[in-house]
Design a protein around this ligand. Structure first.
Ligand code: 2AM
Length: 188
């Protein structure tokens, strides 16, 4: 197959996409410290410290040629939003107690909810499908945690500025999900 044909296959291929805020270094450090303490207390599958994010909208499989359109949508959705100060909050969990997803939240959910609402509104307006289950801002720290396997530590907390919303590709072909930012929008 020639180079052009290979490019066309890629162009028509689907990519697993989601939109998320990235996090400031102070928060990444605190999350890594919380994870280190969790490792001493409970077992489960840990999210890599280079993968922490707050998902605003999960799109799933999207044709690759629509990535540029999504980048424009992201810029439009974020244009009315300023960067904001935030603070990490408590631990929480989703799912069954024997295979829980453990996450850390924020003390103030409102600015994240407003961002998610704008992103989701623009996506819906442009005809994109996304997972529209209720929004709760969180950073997933662990999956498949058996909550009965130990006592959870108090999480480390940190303040920082949320100023970046990104379109990510999620690659599930390896041992761990790999997330790559395809486009970044900076909140002014
Ligand atoms: P999470 O934020 O609770 O970890 C990439 O898969 C990201 O999209 C993850 O952060 C994941 O969950 C989030 N996400 C939201 N809805 C999803 C869905 N229906 N399927 C997979 N991931 C989803």
């Amino acid at each position: 197959m020639g180079a052009l044909a290979i490019m066309c296959v890629r162009y028509n291929a689907c990519m697993r996409l989601f939109i998320a805020t990235e996090l400031p270094q102070e928060m990444l450090d605190a999350l890594a410290e919380t994870q280190a303490e969790l490792r001493a207390c409970v077992s489960g599958r840990y999210v890599g410290a280079d993968s922490f994010h707050v998902t605003l909208a999960f799109l799933g499989e999207v044709e690759a040629w629509r990535v540029n359109e999504l980048a424009d949508i992201l810029d439009d959705a974020c244009s009315g939003h300023a960067a904001f100060e935030s603070c990490l909050g408590e631990l929480g969990n989703f799912g069954r107690a024997s295979k829980a997803t453990l996450w850390q939240g924020f003390t103030d959910k409102k600015p994240f909810a407003e961002l998610a609402q704008s992103v989701r509104r623009e996506l819906a307006h442009a005809g994109f499908d996304f997972d529209d289950k209720g929004f709760l801002p969180h950073i997933t720290l662990m999956r498949k945690l058996d909550l009965s396997s130990g006592v959870l530590p108090m999480p480390h907390v940190a303040r920082g500025t949320i100023d970046t919303v990104s379109l990510f590709e999620s690659d599930l072909s390896g041992d761990y999900p790999a997330y790559t930012a395809l486009h970044r929008t900076f909140l002014a």
